[in-house]
Design a protein around this ligand. Structure first.
Ligand SMILES: [Zn+2]
Length: 226
């Protein structure tokens, strides 16, 4: 079974920055002025560890990171596409770290959450919530962003447990609907075939739900009662 798609990196795959109206690359305004736009663009989550404001119980804990550090390229210090919404710990860990010119020449990059980098192509998550690079860019990104801190790993496991619980709750509800439909068929009969169709639809939904669970968490299913 392949590794599950990393749900937490889905944001990185879909994020498309749109420059706020009135934004000027060389505006005299401090980039902090644009924080509300960045919060929304990054869906109120850290672009690196994906912790949400709700999970960290604070919006004030978030900062604006320059993906290409200012020390590396001052011309991009006000480039909106270079601004990343990041939690304080990630921003502190990353600081001015960036691949060397030699690494960049070899195609080894820091994965950019703003550019639609396919994180699941570069990074995999094991059953314990530990991230490992599948490519050199993935390994470098895990290292620079320190994505395996104890808090990060714990948060990933909590999220995964919550997702699995949601799937199981959905399957329980579908099973209840199915039983009710079968009871109706027994007590009322089903001359028009509507109840049989409904049973078949519910079974199809259950199969979809089970398939999704296997796709994401197949390597964990031996621990689950499904
Ligand atoms: Zn973070």
């Amino acid at each position: 079974m392949n590794s599950p798609t990393l749900a937490e990196f889905a944001l990185a795959e879909t994020y498309v920055a749109s420059i706020p109206a009135g934004y000027r690359n060389h505006s005299k305004r401090h980039v902090g002025f644009w924080k509300p736009w960045l919060r929304q663009a990054f869906m109120f989550r850290c672009a690196y560890c994906t912790a949400s404001e709700a999970e960290l119980c604070s919006a004030g804990y978030f900062q604006i990171d320059h993906f290409v550090p200012r020390k590396r390229d001052r011309t991009r210090s006000r480039d909106y596409y270079n601004l990343v919404y990041a939690c304080y710990p990630c921003n502190q860990r990353k600081r001015a770290q960036f691949p060397s010119e030699q690494q960049l020449a070899q195609g080894i990059e820091l994965l950019n959450p703003s550019s639609g980098a396919r994180f699941p192509f570069h990074i995999t998550e094991n059953a314990s919530g530990w991230l490992t690079g599948k490519t050199q860019s993935g390994s470098l990104s895990v290292q620079i962003l320190a994505l395996n801190t104890r808090d990060d790993v714990r948060e990933r496991n909590l999220r995964r447990a919550a997702e699995i619980d949601n799937h199981r709750a959905l399957m329980r509800r579908l099973a209840e609907f199915l039983m009710q439909t079968v009871d109706l068929q027994i007590t009322r009969g089903d001359p028009t075939g509507q109840l049989a169709q409904r049973s078949s639809d519910i079974q199809a939904q259950m199969a979809q739900c089970r398939a999704e669970l296997h796709r994401r968490y197949g390597h964990l299913l031996k621990h689950l009662d499904l």
